[in-house]
Design a protein around this ligand. Structure first.
Ligand code: GLU
Length: 463
Protein backbone atom coordinates (compact mmCIF):
# COMPACT_ATOMS: atom_id res chain seq x y z
CA UNK A 1 0.00 0.00 0.00
CA UNK A 2 3.01 2.24 0.46
CA UNK A 3 3.23 3.30 -3.18
CA UNK A 4 -0.40 4.44 -3.19
CA UNK A 5 -0.97 7.98 -2.02
CA UNK A 6 -3.21 7.79 1.04
CA UNK A 7 -6.90 8.48 0.69
CA UNK A 8 -8.78 9.55 3.79
CA UNK A 9 -12.45 10.21 4.01
CA UNK A 10 -15.00 11.95 6.12
CA UNK A 11 -18.38 10.26 5.89
CA UNK A 12 -21.04 12.16 7.82
CA UNK A 13 -24.68 11.19 7.87
CA UNK A 14 -26.55 14.46 7.35
CA UNK A 15 -28.60 15.18 10.43
CA UNK A 16 -29.34 18.87 10.17
CA UNK A 17 -26.45 20.20 12.19
CA UNK A 18 -22.73 19.62 12.39
CA UNK A 19 -21.58 17.90 15.58
CA UNK A 20 -18.35 19.17 17.17
CA UNK A 21 -17.20 15.53 17.34
CA UNK A 22 -17.69 15.26 13.58
CA UNK A 23 -15.70 18.44 13.19
CA UNK A 24 -12.80 16.93 15.10
CA UNK A 25 -12.94 13.72 13.02
CA UNK A 26 -12.93 15.80 9.84
CA UNK A 27 -9.94 17.82 11.06
CA UNK A 28 -7.95 14.72 12.01
CA UNK A 29 -8.51 13.33 8.52
CA UNK A 30 -7.72 16.68 6.93
CA UNK A 31 -4.46 17.08 8.83
CA UNK A 32 -3.32 13.61 7.76
CA UNK A 33 -4.43 13.91 4.15
CA UNK A 34 -2.53 17.18 3.82
CA UNK A 35 0.60 16.14 5.65
CA UNK A 36 0.89 12.83 3.82
CA UNK A 37 0.15 14.28 0.40
CA UNK A 38 -3.10 12.39 0.12
CA UNK A 39 -6.74 13.13 -0.49
CA UNK A 40 -9.66 13.99 1.74
CA UNK A 41 -12.83 12.50 0.32
CA UNK A 42 -16.16 13.86 1.53
CA UNK A 43 -18.87 11.26 1.33
CA UNK A 44 -22.37 12.13 2.43
CA UNK A 45 -23.97 9.00 3.85
CA UNK A 46 -27.47 9.92 2.86
CA UNK A 47 -29.15 6.56 2.58
CA UNK A 48 -31.62 7.20 5.36
CA UNK A 49 -34.09 8.90 3.05
CA UNK A 50 -36.54 9.87 5.75
CA UNK A 51 -33.88 12.06 7.32
CA UNK A 52 -32.28 13.78 4.37
CA UNK A 53 -32.47 17.29 3.02
CA UNK A 54 -30.23 18.80 0.36
CA UNK A 55 -29.63 21.93 2.45
CA UNK A 56 -28.02 19.79 5.14
CA UNK A 57 -25.28 18.89 2.70
CA UNK A 58 -24.72 22.60 2.05
CA UNK A 59 -24.54 23.05 5.81
CA UNK A 60 -21.81 20.38 6.04
CA UNK A 61 -19.79 21.96 3.24
CA UNK A 62 -20.14 25.42 4.82
CA UNK A 63 -19.14 24.12 8.23
CA UNK A 64 -16.09 22.37 6.77
CA UNK A 65 -15.11 25.52 4.88
CA UNK A 66 -15.39 27.50 8.11
CA UNK A 67 -12.94 25.05 9.69
CA UNK A 68 -10.55 25.62 6.81
CA UNK A 69 -11.41 22.40 4.97
CA UNK A 70 -12.14 24.01 1.68
CA UNK A 71 -13.81 22.27 -1.25
CA UNK A 72 -11.49 24.35 -3.47
CA UNK A 73 -8.34 22.82 -2.03
CA UNK A 74 -6.80 20.22 -4.38
CA UNK A 75 -6.64 17.77 -1.44
CA UNK A 76 -10.44 17.87 -1.19
CA UNK A 77 -12.55 15.47 -3.22
CA UNK A 78 -16.33 15.31 -3.40
CA UNK A 79 -18.93 15.49 -2.19
CA UNK A 80 -19.92 12.00 -3.17
CA UNK A 81 -23.37 10.81 -2.19
CA UNK A 82 -23.84 7.32 -0.87
CA UNK A 83 -27.35 7.18 -2.33
CA UNK A 84 -25.83 7.37 -5.84
CA UNK A 85 -24.08 4.04 -5.30
CA UNK A 86 -27.02 1.82 -4.33
CA UNK A 87 -26.45 -0.33 -7.43
CA UNK A 88 -22.82 -0.98 -6.49
CA UNK A 89 -23.84 -1.94 -2.98
CA UNK A 90 -26.30 -4.48 -4.33
CA UNK A 91 -23.84 -5.76 -6.93
CA UNK A 92 -21.32 -6.36 -4.15
CA UNK A 93 -24.03 -8.18 -2.19
CA UNK A 94 -24.55 -10.48 -5.15
CA UNK A 95 -20.84 -11.19 -5.35
CA UNK A 96 -20.93 -12.14 -1.69
CA UNK A 97 -23.78 -14.56 -2.38
CA UNK A 98 -21.93 -16.03 -5.35
CA UNK A 99 -18.76 -16.56 -3.30
CA UNK A 100 -20.72 -18.24 -0.51
CA UNK A 101 -20.07 -15.43 1.98
CA UNK A 102 -23.69 -14.40 2.20
CA UNK A 103 -27.04 -16.16 2.24
CA UNK A 104 -30.71 -15.32 2.32
CA UNK A 105 -32.78 -15.76 5.44
CA UNK A 106 -36.56 -15.70 5.67
CA UNK A 107 -36.92 -15.67 9.43
CA UNK A 108 -38.88 -12.81 10.97
CA UNK A 109 -37.54 -11.01 14.04
CA UNK A 110 -40.28 -12.70 16.12
CA UNK A 111 -39.25 -16.14 14.91
CA UNK A 112 -35.64 -15.37 15.73
CA UNK A 113 -36.45 -14.18 19.25
CA UNK A 114 -38.59 -17.23 19.85
CA UNK A 115 -36.03 -19.72 18.62
CA UNK A 116 -33.16 -17.98 20.40
CA UNK A 117 -35.22 -18.06 23.62
CA UNK A 118 -35.98 -21.75 23.17
CA UNK A 119 -32.27 -22.46 22.68
CA UNK A 120 -31.31 -20.35 25.67
CA UNK A 121 -29.59 -17.59 23.71
CA UNK A 122 -30.44 -14.15 22.43
CA UNK A 123 -29.13 -13.50 18.92
CA UNK A 124 -29.52 -15.10 15.54
CA UNK A 125 -27.98 -18.56 15.40
CA UNK A 126 -27.22 -18.85 11.69
CA UNK A 127 -30.22 -21.13 11.27
CA UNK A 128 -30.77 -20.40 7.57
CA UNK A 129 -27.13 -20.84 6.56
CA UNK A 130 -27.60 -24.10 4.76
CA UNK A 131 -31.16 -23.81 3.53
CA UNK A 132 -30.04 -22.58 0.10
CA UNK A 133 -32.78 -19.94 -0.05
CA UNK A 134 -32.90 -17.54 -2.99
CA UNK A 135 -33.89 -13.87 -2.83
CA UNK A 136 -37.50 -13.08 -2.07
CA UNK A 137 -39.69 -10.39 -0.66
CA UNK A 138 -39.08 -9.93 3.03
CA UNK A 139 -35.91 -12.04 2.97
CA UNK A 140 -32.78 -10.47 4.36
CA UNK A 141 -29.29 -11.18 3.14
CA UNK A 142 -26.90 -12.19 5.89
CA UNK A 143 -23.13 -12.41 6.07
CA UNK A 144 -21.75 -15.82 6.90
CA UNK A 145 -19.40 -15.00 9.78
CA UNK A 146 -16.43 -17.39 9.65
CA UNK A 147 -15.05 -19.22 12.66
CA UNK A 148 -11.98 -17.89 14.41
CA UNK A 149 -11.23 -14.33 15.30
CA UNK A 150 -10.83 -10.98 13.59
CA UNK A 151 -7.86 -8.83 14.43
CA UNK A 152 -8.24 -5.16 13.70
CA UNK A 153 -5.03 -3.14 13.39
CA UNK A 154 -5.88 0.25 14.71
CA UNK A 155 -3.35 3.07 14.72
CA UNK A 156 -4.88 4.53 17.87
CA UNK A 157 -5.68 1.34 19.78
CA UNK A 158 -3.14 -1.10 18.54
CA UNK A 159 -4.35 -4.62 17.78
CA UNK A 160 -7.92 -5.29 18.80
CA UNK A 161 -9.03 -8.89 18.60
CA UNK A 162 -12.68 -9.90 18.26
CA UNK A 163 -13.92 -13.43 18.78
CA UNK A 164 -16.08 -14.23 15.75
CA UNK A 165 -18.19 -16.55 17.87
CA UNK A 166 -19.85 -13.56 19.48
CA UNK A 167 -20.65 -11.90 16.15
CA UNK A 168 -23.88 -13.22 14.69
CA UNK A 169 -24.45 -13.56 10.95
CA UNK A 170 -25.32 -9.91 10.45
CA UNK A 171 -27.66 -8.43 7.87
CA UNK A 172 -26.21 -6.90 4.68
CA UNK A 173 -29.43 -6.18 2.78
CA UNK A 174 -32.81 -5.61 4.39
CA UNK A 175 -36.02 -7.41 3.50
CA UNK A 176 -37.05 -4.40 1.40
CA UNK A 177 -33.90 -4.67 -0.69
CA UNK A 178 -32.01 -1.72 0.82
CA UNK A 179 -28.35 -2.16 1.78
CA UNK A 180 -27.41 -1.85 5.44
CA UNK A 181 -24.80 0.64 6.73
CA UNK A 182 -21.96 -1.86 7.09
CA UNK A 183 -22.26 -3.00 3.48
CA UNK A 184 -22.77 0.44 1.93
CA UNK A 185 -19.95 1.95 3.99
CA UNK A 186 -17.43 -0.73 3.03
CA UNK A 187 -18.36 -0.91 -0.64
CA UNK A 188 -18.03 2.87 -0.93
CA UNK A 189 -14.69 2.81 0.84
CA UNK A 190 -13.45 0.10 -1.53
CA UNK A 191 -14.72 1.83 -4.64
CA UNK A 192 -13.35 5.19 -3.58
CA UNK A 193 -9.94 3.65 -2.98
CA UNK A 194 -9.93 4.61 0.69
CA UNK A 195 -6.72 3.60 2.43
CA UNK A 196 -7.37 5.04 5.92
CA UNK A 197 -10.60 4.99 7.91
CA UNK A 198 -10.31 7.47 10.75
CA UNK A 199 -13.56 7.90 12.63
CA UNK A 200 -15.29 7.96 15.99
CA UNK A 201 -14.74 5.19 18.50
CA UNK A 202 -18.44 4.36 18.48
CA UNK A 203 -17.85 2.59 15.15
CA UNK A 204 -15.31 0.16 16.60
CA UNK A 205 -17.94 -2.58 17.12
CA UNK A 206 -18.76 -2.35 13.39
CA UNK A 207 -15.15 -2.73 12.41
CA UNK A 208 -14.71 -6.54 12.63
CA UNK A 209 -17.85 -6.95 10.54
CA UNK A 210 -16.62 -4.43 8.04
CA UNK A 211 -13.21 -6.00 7.90
CA UNK A 212 -14.82 -9.37 7.14
CA UNK A 213 -16.67 -7.74 4.24
CA UNK A 214 -13.43 -6.20 2.90
CA UNK A 215 -11.86 -9.59 3.11
CA UNK A 216 -14.75 -11.45 1.50
CA UNK A 217 -14.76 -8.96 -1.37
CA UNK A 218 -11.08 -9.72 -1.93
CA UNK A 219 -9.50 -6.55 -0.55
CA UNK A 220 -6.99 -5.88 2.17
CA UNK A 221 -8.63 -3.76 4.86
CA UNK A 222 -7.76 -0.10 5.25
CA UNK A 223 -5.68 1.31 8.08
CA UNK A 224 -8.13 1.89 10.90
CA UNK A 225 -8.03 4.67 13.47
CA UNK A 226 -10.80 5.01 16.03
CA UNK A 227 -10.56 8.26 17.92
CA UNK A 228 -11.83 8.66 21.49
CA UNK A 229 -15.30 9.81 22.24
CA UNK A 230 -16.03 13.38 23.41
CA UNK A 231 -17.64 13.67 26.84
CA UNK A 232 -19.18 16.45 28.91
CA UNK A 233 -18.39 17.62 32.43
CA UNK A 234 -20.17 14.59 33.91
CA UNK A 235 -18.02 12.35 31.71
CA UNK A 236 -21.09 11.41 29.68
CA UNK A 237 -20.92 11.15 25.92
CA UNK A 238 -21.87 14.50 24.34
CA UNK A 239 -25.48 14.40 23.35
CA UNK A 240 -27.50 16.88 21.39
CA UNK A 241 -30.27 16.90 23.98
CA UNK A 242 -28.00 17.61 26.92
CA UNK A 243 -25.04 19.49 25.51
CA UNK A 244 -24.24 22.26 23.10
CA UNK A 245 -22.83 20.17 20.27
CA UNK A 246 -23.68 22.06 17.07
CA UNK A 247 -20.63 23.66 15.52
CA UNK A 248 -22.89 26.28 13.92
CA UNK A 249 -23.97 27.45 17.34
CA UNK A 250 -20.39 28.22 18.36
CA UNK A 251 -19.81 29.98 15.06
CA UNK A 252 -22.94 32.09 15.61
CA UNK A 253 -21.84 32.99 19.12
CA UNK A 254 -18.65 34.47 17.78
CA UNK A 255 -16.07 31.79 18.36
CA UNK A 256 -13.22 32.17 15.90
CA UNK A 257 -12.67 29.28 13.52
CA UNK A 258 -8.94 29.36 14.30
CA UNK A 259 -9.61 28.94 18.03
CA UNK A 260 -12.20 26.23 17.49
CA UNK A 261 -9.93 24.28 15.16
CA UNK A 262 -6.97 24.49 17.53
CA UNK A 263 -9.13 23.49 20.50
CA UNK A 264 -10.72 20.54 18.70
CA UNK A 265 -7.27 19.26 17.74
CA UNK A 266 -6.28 19.10 21.41
CA UNK A 267 -9.15 16.74 22.23
CA UNK A 268 -7.42 13.41 22.55
CA UNK A 269 -4.19 14.57 20.96
CA UNK A 270 -1.12 16.41 22.05
CA UNK A 271 2.19 16.92 20.34
CA UNK A 272 4.00 15.68 23.42
CA UNK A 273 4.98 19.08 24.80
CA UNK A 274 3.11 21.53 27.01
CA UNK A 275 2.02 23.83 24.24
CA UNK A 276 -1.59 23.66 23.26
CA UNK A 277 -2.00 26.86 21.29
CA UNK A 278 -0.31 26.61 17.95
CA UNK A 279 -1.13 27.56 14.37
CA UNK A 280 -2.72 25.09 12.01
CA UNK A 281 0.38 24.72 9.84
CA UNK A 282 2.29 23.47 12.86
CA UNK A 283 -0.52 21.18 13.98
CA UNK A 284 -0.68 19.73 10.50
CA UNK A 285 3.02 18.99 10.48
CA UNK A 286 2.90 17.31 13.91
CA UNK A 287 -0.37 15.42 14.02
CA UNK A 288 -0.06 11.63 14.11
CA UNK A 289 -2.72 9.08 14.93
CA UNK A 290 -0.18 7.16 16.99
CA UNK A 291 -0.15 10.07 19.43
CA UNK A 292 -3.92 10.11 19.90
CA UNK A 293 -4.79 8.69 23.29
CA UNK A 294 -7.49 6.27 24.27
CA UNK A 295 -9.31 8.02 27.05
CA UNK A 296 -12.51 9.95 26.44
CA UNK A 297 -11.79 13.61 25.76
CA UNK A 298 -13.57 16.26 27.81
CA UNK A 299 -15.15 18.90 25.58
CA UNK A 300 -14.69 21.76 28.00
CA UNK A 301 -16.57 24.87 26.90
CA UNK A 302 -14.68 26.99 29.45
CA UNK A 303 -11.40 25.92 27.94
CA UNK A 304 -12.71 26.57 24.46
CA UNK A 305 -13.66 30.07 25.63
CA UNK A 306 -10.13 30.55 26.98
CA UNK A 307 -8.69 29.49 23.61
CA UNK A 308 -11.02 31.94 21.92
CA UNK A 309 -9.86 34.75 24.18
CA UNK A 310 -6.24 33.87 23.36
CA UNK A 311 -6.94 33.90 19.64
CA UNK A 312 -8.79 37.21 19.92
CA UNK A 313 -5.78 38.72 21.68
CA UNK A 314 -3.50 37.44 18.92
CA UNK A 315 -5.49 39.20 16.17
CA UNK A 316 -3.85 42.22 14.56
CA UNK A 317 -5.91 45.22 15.62
CA UNK A 318 -7.19 45.96 12.10
CA UNK A 319 -8.48 42.45 11.78
CA UNK A 320 -10.04 42.66 15.21
CA UNK A 321 -11.85 45.90 14.36
CA UNK A 322 -13.08 44.42 11.09
CA UNK A 323 -14.46 41.42 12.96
CA UNK A 324 -16.11 43.66 15.59
CA UNK A 325 -17.79 45.49 12.76
CA UNK A 326 -19.77 42.39 11.82
CA UNK A 327 -21.13 41.93 15.33
CA UNK A 328 -22.66 45.33 16.10
CA UNK A 329 -25.66 47.15 14.61
CA UNK A 330 -25.04 48.97 11.33
CA UNK A 331 -25.95 52.38 12.76
CA UNK A 332 -23.29 52.38 15.48
CA UNK A 333 -20.53 54.93 14.95
CA UNK A 334 -17.56 53.08 13.44
CA UNK A 335 -14.99 55.57 14.59
CA UNK A 336 -16.10 55.14 18.15
CA UNK A 337 -16.09 51.37 17.75
CA UNK A 338 -12.50 51.45 16.48
CA UNK A 339 -11.53 53.75 19.36
CA UNK A 340 -12.81 51.38 22.04
CA UNK A 341 -11.57 48.25 20.23
CA UNK A 342 -8.04 48.19 21.64
CA UNK A 343 -9.47 48.33 25.15
CA UNK A 344 -11.97 45.55 24.49
CA UNK A 345 -9.59 43.17 22.76
CA UNK A 346 -7.68 42.03 25.87
CA UNK A 347 -10.82 40.86 27.63
CA UNK A 348 -13.31 39.80 25.00
CA UNK A 349 -14.25 36.10 25.14
CA UNK A 350 -16.67 35.75 22.22
CA UNK A 351 -17.77 38.30 19.65
CA UNK A 352 -21.44 37.88 20.46
CA UNK A 353 -20.66 39.42 23.89
CA UNK A 354 -19.41 42.57 22.21
CA UNK A 355 -22.64 44.58 21.73
CA UNK A 356 -23.63 44.09 25.35
CA UNK A 357 -20.22 45.26 26.55
CA UNK A 358 -19.97 48.49 24.56
CA UNK A 359 -23.60 49.46 23.92
CA UNK A 360 -23.39 52.33 26.43
CA UNK A 361 -21.16 54.14 23.94
CA UNK A 362 -23.79 54.03 21.21
CA UNK A 363 -27.07 54.90 22.88
CA UNK A 364 -28.69 55.96 26.10
CA UNK A 365 -27.33 54.49 29.25
CA UNK A 366 -29.63 51.91 30.81
CA UNK A 367 -29.07 51.25 34.50
CA UNK A 368 -30.46 48.29 36.35
CA UNK A 369 -31.70 48.82 39.91
CA UNK A 370 -29.27 46.37 41.35
CA UNK A 371 -26.16 48.09 39.98
CA UNK A 372 -27.58 51.43 41.05
CA UNK A 373 -28.33 50.51 44.63
CA UNK A 374 -25.05 48.66 45.05
CA UNK A 375 -22.97 51.67 44.10
CA UNK A 376 -25.01 54.77 44.81
CA UNK A 377 -26.19 54.04 48.33
CA UNK A 378 -22.87 54.95 49.93
CA UNK A 379 -22.45 58.24 51.72
CA UNK A 380 -19.67 59.42 49.48
CA UNK A 381 -21.38 58.66 46.14
CA UNK A 382 -23.14 61.97 45.86
CA UNK A 383 -20.36 64.37 46.93
CA UNK A 384 -17.86 62.37 44.91
CA UNK A 385 -19.96 62.66 41.75
CA UNK A 386 -20.43 66.34 42.40
CA UNK A 387 -16.73 66.93 42.77
CA UNK A 388 -15.94 64.74 39.74
CA UNK A 389 -18.28 66.78 37.59
CA UNK A 390 -16.62 69.94 38.85
CA UNK A 391 -13.10 68.73 38.07
CA UNK A 392 -13.94 67.02 34.79
CA UNK A 393 -15.64 70.16 33.46
CA UNK A 394 -12.39 72.05 33.90
CA UNK A 395 -10.13 69.54 32.16
CA UNK A 396 -8.18 70.69 29.16
CA UNK A 397 -6.84 67.27 28.27
CA UNK A 398 -9.61 64.68 27.99
CA UNK A 399 -7.44 61.60 28.01
CA UNK A 400 -7.73 58.40 30.03
CA UNK A 401 -4.58 59.16 32.08
CA UNK A 402 -5.74 62.59 33.06
CA UNK A 403 -9.27 61.39 33.75
CA UNK A 404 -7.82 58.79 36.07
CA UNK A 405 -5.44 61.05 37.96
CA UNK A 406 -8.23 63.60 38.33
CA UNK A 407 -10.51 61.06 39.96
CA UNK A 408 -7.64 60.03 42.23
CA UNK A 409 -7.43 63.61 43.46
CA UNK A 410 -11.19 63.85 43.81
CA UNK A 411 -11.43 60.71 45.93
CA UNK A 412 -8.78 61.67 48.47
CA UNK A 413 -11.02 63.53 50.96
CA UNK A 414 -13.43 60.57 51.00
CA UNK A 415 -10.79 58.11 52.11
CA UNK A 416 -11.71 55.47 49.50
CA UNK A 417 -9.56 53.51 47.12
CA UNK A 418 -9.78 53.83 43.35
CA UNK A 419 -12.01 50.77 42.91
CA UNK A 420 -14.61 52.20 45.29
CA UNK A 421 -14.37 55.66 43.76
CA UNK A 422 -14.78 54.34 40.23
CA UNK A 423 -17.94 52.40 41.02
CA UNK A 424 -20.50 55.23 41.12
CA UNK A 425 -18.79 56.95 38.18
CA UNK A 426 -18.92 53.74 36.18
CA UNK A 427 -22.59 53.13 36.91
CA UNK A 428 -23.44 56.74 36.07
CA UNK A 429 -21.58 56.58 32.77
CA UNK A 430 -22.08 52.98 31.62
CA UNK A 431 -25.12 51.79 33.62
CA UNK A 432 -23.24 48.74 34.86
CA UNK A 433 -20.81 47.72 37.56
CA UNK A 434 -18.51 45.90 35.17
CA UNK A 435 -17.28 46.69 31.70
CA UNK A 436 -14.35 47.89 29.66
CA UNK A 437 -11.63 49.97 31.34
CA UNK A 438 -13.43 52.98 32.75
CA UNK A 439 -11.19 55.90 31.90
CA UNK A 440 -10.62 54.73 28.34
CA UNK A 441 -14.39 54.37 27.97
CA UNK A 442 -14.90 57.90 29.27
CA UNK A 443 -12.27 59.18 26.88
CA UNK A 444 -14.08 57.56 23.96
CA UNK A 445 -17.49 58.71 25.16
CA UNK A 446 -16.26 62.30 25.16
CA UNK A 447 -16.61 65.24 27.52
CA UNK A 448 -20.11 66.33 26.64
CA UNK A 449 -21.87 62.99 26.98
CA UNK A 450 -19.91 62.05 30.08
CA UNK A 451 -20.85 65.22 31.88
CA UNK A 452 -24.51 64.83 30.91
CA UNK A 453 -24.55 61.29 32.31
CA UNK A 454 -22.76 62.22 35.52
CA UNK A 455 -25.16 65.14 35.93
CA UNK A 456 -28.18 62.97 35.40
CA UNK A 457 -27.02 60.47 38.00
CA UNK A 458 -26.45 63.27 40.47
CA UNK A 459 -29.95 64.60 39.85
CA UNK A 460 -31.40 61.19 40.43
CA UNK A 461 -29.45 60.87 43.69
CA UNK A 462 -30.78 64.20 44.86
CA UNK A 463 -34.43 63.21 44.44
N1 GLU B 1 -21.86 7.90 8.51
C1 GLU B 1 -21.23 7.46 9.70
C2 GLU B 1 -21.51 8.43 10.82
O1 GLU B 1 -21.80 9.58 10.56
C3 GLU B 1 -19.74 7.43 9.62
C4 GLU B 1 -19.23 6.18 9.14
C5 GLU B 1 -17.74 6.09 9.04
O2 GLU B 1 -17.03 7.08 9.27
O3 GLU B 1 -17.33 5.02 8.70
O4 GLU B 1 -21.41 8.04 11.96
Amino acid sequence: MSDVSPRFRFAPSPTGFFHVGGARTALFNWALARRLGGRFVLRIEDTDEARNRPEWTDGIIDALAWLGISADDPVFEGPHFQSDSAQSHLAAAERLVASGNAYYCAMTPEEITERAGAEGGTGYGGWSRDLGLGPGSGRVLRFRVPDGSTVVHDLVRGEVSFDNAVIEDFVLVRGNGSPVFNLANVVDDIEMGITHVVRAEEHLPNTPKQQMIWDALGHAPPVWGHVPVLVNEQRKKLSKRRDKVALEQYRDEGYLATAMVNYLMTLGWSAGDDREIRPWAEIESLFRLEDVNLSPAFFDIKKLAAFNGEYIRMMPIDEFVAECDRWVPADWDRERLAAIATHIQPRLVTFSDLPGIVDFLFGDVVTDDDSWSKTMSTEYARPLLESTIGQYSELGDWSADVLKSTLELVMEPFGVKLGKAQAPVRVAVTGRTVGPPLFESIEVLGREETLVRLGRALEQLAT
